[in-house]
Design a binder for this molecule. Structure first.
Ligand code: AMP
Length: 453
């Protein structure tokens, strides 16, 4: 369970602002949906780095007094989301280290595919590891690099790692942002109202702190932030974009723009495409909140069937996926979603969700709607069947637990006890996410098993 501990996360970096750690804190709030397990911020005051990180939501980890101690004009932050089990605070980020050039802190979103080899090689040479995070490999690679300057060491280190990484690195005076050659995970650059800079996993963080979007950090690019200079760009790798299509399907927030396109618009188009591919006669279109909302709107608009909020979501319960055991997951779905009986009773309902992973959520929802009196429940999924696990930073269970890897659509329909079930197909998904970009620009491995690295 321990090889992949840097799953879907959020990173942020603030450079040249007197309230850097506060802006990082606000940004992490906007990025909370990318990870609820732990949060952390490191700041740099020119002489020293200061770090606070803890398990829990951003709001619980920080308060005014704590943010006061994170002094300095630059800061990096992280929210962490991982699969099961490890309770260790050591696995929270930023990862901080003292080394021969001074101090540094790193935040990382993504998963390295050669983490174990790199780690084994480092351990053979005497390195000691404290956590299971891929990110610790990077700290060692940078610290042990024979190059003289930090920037050269960062380049040296990232050339030894493979897989998905959007990184922000903080030294006492500089900040660095790096994206892997495929640009698996998003990372955008923006300008703060005072002229300082922000890099963040999603642009919804920019909106919160009043920053203006400049551009995405390019796949394979290193950006260097230095006092009194414009950000410098170095191309470390030849870019070969393979953006994660699941960011559009589920992961990113609808008010963000990722990989050059609005997430909301992409999701709504997926719903419209779904209505064209898989129409069905019914009285209502109901989203599974919150993930299914934009695509249900698209489905309703395309089909002309009324959209209704037939399911209420309790917003004070975290994401159901987090819980490690099946039993807990079942319970959490019940706590989280409740039917609007007056709306649903006696109606033929089309229920729209973004994906089916294990099938547990869908079955609960169908049962819930039927118990509430729905006469028919037609399940529509705004992505193709999830058949393969992700090795690039999205938390999916192993193949044996992915229902679509083991059952046909009809079998899944029977399992979730729906009257009908239909998915979006790969072509329609690609059509939805940017007309001028084609299949090669995206990683679709979770739907196709076509892995790149
Ligand atoms: P399941 O019960 O395993 O089929 O879960 C499906 C639900 O989980 C859907 O409502 C999705 O919105 C949501 N989901 C899909 N992928 C993920 C993920 N990687 N992390 C958390 N939730 C997810």
């Amino acid at each position: 369970m321990h090889e992949n501990m840097n799953e879907k996360c959020a990173v942020v970096g603030i450079y040249n602002h007197e309230a850097a750690s506060k802006l990082a804190y606000f940004s992490l709030h906007a990025l909370q949906h990318r990870g609820q397990e732990a949060a952390g911020i490191s700041s740099a005051d020119g002489n020293k780095l200061h770090t606070i990180k803890k398990r829990g939501l951003v709001m619980r980890v920080f308060d005014e007094a704590k943010l006061q101690t994170l002094s300095g004009t630059s800061a990096i932050g992280h929210t962490r989301y991982s699969t099961a089990g490890d309770d260790s605070i050591l696995d929270a980020q930023p990862v901080f280290a003292r080394y021969d050039l001074g101090e540094m802190a790193i935040v990382h979103n993504g998963n390295l595919t050669n983490a174990q080899e790199v780690r084994d090689a480092l351990i053979k040479k005497g390195a000691i590891f404290q956590t299971f995070m891929d990110t610790e490999n990077l700290i060692h690679l940078i610290a042990k690099s024979s190059k003289e300057k930090l920037i050269e060491r960062i380049i040296d280190a990232v050339q030894r790692i493979e897989g998905a990484f959007s990184l922000v690195i903080l030294s006492r005076t500089k900040m660095f942002a790096v994206r892997d050659r495929h640009g698996f995970r998003p990372l955008s650059l923006g300008q703060l109202p005072n002229g300082g800079y922000i890099v963040a996993s999603e642009t919804c963080a920019f909106d919160l702190v009043g920053a203006t979007f400049i551009r995405d950090v390019e796949p394979g690019e290193l950006l260097i932030f230095e006092e009194g200079k414009e950000p410098q760009s170095i191309k470390i790798f030849e870019p070969t974009p393979k953006h994660c299509i699941f960011e559009y399907v589920y992961f990113a927030r609808p008010d963000s723009s990722v990989f050059g396109q609005s997430v909301y618009q992409a999701r709504k188009t997926m719903g419209q495409e779904l209505a064209k591919i898989a129409p069905v006669e019914a009285d209502l279109v109901v989203p599974v909140p919150d993930g299914g909302v934009p695509s249900a709107i698209g489905y309703a608009q395309e089909s002309g069937i009324p959209y209704e909020m037939g399911i209420m979501r309790n917003h004070y319960i975290g994401r159901t996926f987090i819980e490690p055991t099946q039993e807990m997951r079942d319970l959490k779905v019940k706590m989280k979603l409740s039917p609007m009986i007056d709306i649903i009773k006696g109606k033929r309902v089309i229920v729209v969700d973004d994906s089916i992973v294990r099938g547990t959520t869908s079955r609960r929802i169908v049962r819930m709607l039927k118990e509430a009196g729905a006469s028919e429940v037609h399940m529509r999924i705004s992505s193709p069947p999830t058949t393969d696990p992700c090795f690039y930073g999205v938390d999916t269970p192993s193949k044996d637990k992915l229902i679509a890897a083991n059952m046909s659509t009809q079998e899944i329909c029977d399992f979730v006890e729906a009257d009908s079930l239909a998915y979006l197909d790969e072509e329609a998904l690609l059509r939805s996410v940017n007309s001028d970009m084609h299949e090669e620009k995206y990683c679709t491995a979770c739907f196709t098993g076509k892995y790149i690295v």
